[in-house]
Design a protein around this ligand. Structure first.
Ligand SMILES: NC(=O)C1=CN([C@@H]2O[C@H](COP(=O)(O)OP(=O)(O)OC[C@H]3O[C@@H](n4cnc5c(N)ncnc54)[C@H](OP(=O)(O)O)[C@@H]3O)[C@@H](O)[C@H]2O)C=CC1
Ligand SMILES: O=C(CO)COP(=O)(O)O
Length: 330
């Protein structure tokens, strides 16, 4: 497991149920020591006990060189640097499984596009993408969840699906990498919007409208990028949007709620250790939508509130003042 934040720790603990030993790569010595001696991650989900067969290692080159399946769970904006550091050490038969959710701002690229750019073709082709409604704390506690896993290489997918398949963690397979990735990345932006809506106390009807129209935006961009329409109605699309945009457990929803309640992004981010991917992905998605000529008014509104310091109430008024149109276009 490459990345020892909340989700990396949760997935590593999950896989311990199937493998004799799972290695958790972490940057911090404090995490390595706490995992190896106390079976807890001192910095993330520290209240939860971890399996005894989970071992932590701070040496990225060693972990990359000695494992065939590498699950990538570093925040999106740091993925490129971590892949760069791992690249010379990877085995030829390495399978990367991405479990992060976001779009990189630097080059406006998805994680699949980063892999395509940085890895040998066959390795990039067999990379898998795991996404869907799943909070780390619930997964570590063994509560039921279901997610999707996507891969372009049909020969690799069943074995990786099986690795991540448990009675309480049901993993469904698909070949739609674009759809799974974009659903997971963009729902975080819509979750920020939902949090803003609730922080402004606009009510449940407004939030339901926002989520439905938000999903339409996600699908519009996703289909323009080559994703399949049905994927956006599935676990990695509507499923994850429902979870993230309606729960106070979500970091992205919480960022939005605090913005809607009057705090600034600087205040919210000051001292925050955990990542809310939607903040950076809003910037990337806004630019991507412009590049592709796709209309994404809710993403545009979140961008204006986060990056143009626009007043949330005014931005919502503008959103509501848009012209009449059919519900479904084209
Ligand atoms: N938490 C959840 O419930 C879920 C999260 N995800 C996704 O998983 C991904 C990881 O999130 P999550 O585990 O929650 O992260 P957390 O917010 O729990 O932790 C942040 C992580 O980022 C790492 N980090 C910070 N700076 C850097 C850097 N410069 N280079 C490399 N790593 C860095 C931290 O490492 P360090 O401590 O060493 O700084 C830590 O591992 C995200 O894309 C998220 O959307 C997906 C599903 C569920
Ligand atoms: O992706 C997630 C659940 O599926 C986690 O969402 P947050 O990062 O908003 O907490």
């Amino acid at each position: 497991m490459i990345g020892a934040g909340s989700w990396g720790t949760a997935l590593a603990a999950l896989l311990c149920g199937k493998r004799e030993r799972v290695t958790l790569w972490c940057r911090e010595l404090e995490i390595a020591e706490s995992v190896n001696t106390q079976h807890r991650n001192a910095l993330y989900v520290s209240e939860l006990e971890l399996p005894q067969n989970l071992v932590a290692d701070t040496d990225l080159a060693r972990v990359a060189a000695t494992h065939r399946v590498l699950v990538m769970v570093v925040p999106t904006q740091f993925t490129r640097a971590v892949v760069e550091a791992m690249r010379p050490h990877l085995r030829d038969d390495a399978v990367l499984v991405s479990a992060s959710k976001g779009i990189e701002v630097q080059k406006i690229e998805t994680l699949a596009e980063i892999y395509d750019e940085m890895l040998p073709e066959a390795m990039a082709q067999r990379a898998c993408f795991l996404s869907g409604p799943s909070f780390a704390r619930e997964v570590i506690r063994g509560l039921p969840a279901a997610v999707a896993i996507a891969c372009r290489d049909a020969a690799v997918l069943p074995a990786i699906q099986e690795l991540f398949f448990f009675p309480h963690f049901r993993t469904y397979r698909t070949d739609d990498v674009v759809g799974v990735e974009l659903g997971g990345a963009l729902k975080n932006v819509i979750a920020i919007a939902a949090g803003i809506c609730d922080g402004l106390q606009y009510g449940h009807s407004a939030r339901a409208a926002l989520l439905t129209r938000g999903l339409a935006e996600i699908a519009r961009l996703g289909i323009a990028m080559g994703g399949k329409a049905e994927t956006f109605a599935g676990l990695s699309g509507m499923g994850d949007l429902l979870l993230t945009a309606t729960s106070t457990q979500s970091r992205n929803y919480t960022v939005g709620h605090r913005l809607g309640s009057g705090e600034t992004l600087e205040q919210i981010q000051a001292g925050a250790r955990e990542v809310a991917e939607g903040v950076k992905t809003a910037d990337a998605a806004y630019r991507l939508a412009q590049q592709k000529g796709v209309e994404m008014p809710i993403v545009g509104a979140v961008y204006a509130i986060l990056y143009e310091q626009r007043n949330a109430r005014e931005v919502v008024l503008e959103l509501l003042s848009r012209e009449m149109k059919p519900e479904v276009t084209g």
